[in-house]
Design a protein around this ligand. Sequence first.
Ligand SMILES: NC(=O)c1ccc[n+]([C@@H]2O[C@H](COP(=O)([O-])OP(=O)(O)OC[C@H]3O[C@@H](n4cnc5c(N)ncnc54)[C@H](OP(=O)(O)O)[C@@H]3O)[C@@H](O)[C@H]2O)c1
Length: 261
Amino acid sequence: MVIGGGRMGAALVVGWLRAGMKADSVAIVEKDDSRRNELARIIPGVYLDATATASAHSVVVAVKPADAVQACDLAKRSGARRMLSIMAGIPIRSLESWTGSGLAVLRAMPNTPALVGAGVSALASGARATEQDVEWAESLLGAVGSVVRVDEACLDAVTGLSGSGPAYVFRVVEVLAEAGVRAGLPVDTSRKLARETVIGAARLLAESDEEPETLRAQVTSPGGTTEAGLAILEDHGIASAFYDAVEAASERSKKLGGGGL
Ligand SMILES: NC(=O)c1ccc[n+]([C@@H]2O[C@H](COP(=O)([O-])OP(=O)(O)OC[C@H]3O[C@@H](n4cnc5c(N)ncnc54)[C@H](OP(=O)(O)O)[C@@H]3O)[C@@H](O)[C@H]2O)c1
């Protein structure tokens, strides 16, 4: 059962169905009527309800953090024995206290490329979760991308890196396009070149066995154009800009989550 059929909840279910799960084995609890109608259209065959009336063995909570207590109460009343939360910032100990004893709790931080099956999620487990529970959560998250296991204490840093990371990359595309225009390209041409460059580089990284350092070295001839461009990025502090961005986003995640674990 999935509680919360928003963007992330729906993306997960679509991924599971693509991976071979039967639609009639999934229930989505979604309180918004118009969203339920939309879900019926985009994911036909799944059981949809406004509240958790059916019982469930396993629950995924995908509501906004502000709705966490209510969703945990629904999970508890469904009789589930394990629960995976993808809510940002809500610690496992809070989830355990809201669901009561007996429920194994796991917590993950996915990112938006999950919407196209190319996400990466970090997964942490509570004390009551068994290896089987962790494997269950890994297979659910694995249907929409890659999964890494982490200690819960790492999840704020994960949020700063891979949670916020897609936005950093989109910003790089925007800035590259602006740079192309400043260098004399028409706007549309520059936007297309910037976008396709980042998509192509990401695919090359995904499909090659090489590390990013090697791929970079392969296009950087001594005294050549790429070397000249990279030297400027370093001079302008590209490394410290990203270090500070990840740190600031991690700190913000810690604060939003109530000051850490
Ligand atoms: N989007 C991301 O990149 C991302 C990444 C990592 C983690 N997350 C986490 O994933 C969670 C979901 O994000 P999202 O973007 O998918 O949010 P969303 O689109 O707002 O989806 C949440 C849905 O759950 C519904 N809902 C809320 N309380 C409910 C309840 N008690 N019973 C049934 N349905 C309920 C909401 O309905 P109403 O609109 O009527 O309230 C809404 O349709 C968040 O906690 C977020 O922190 C998101």
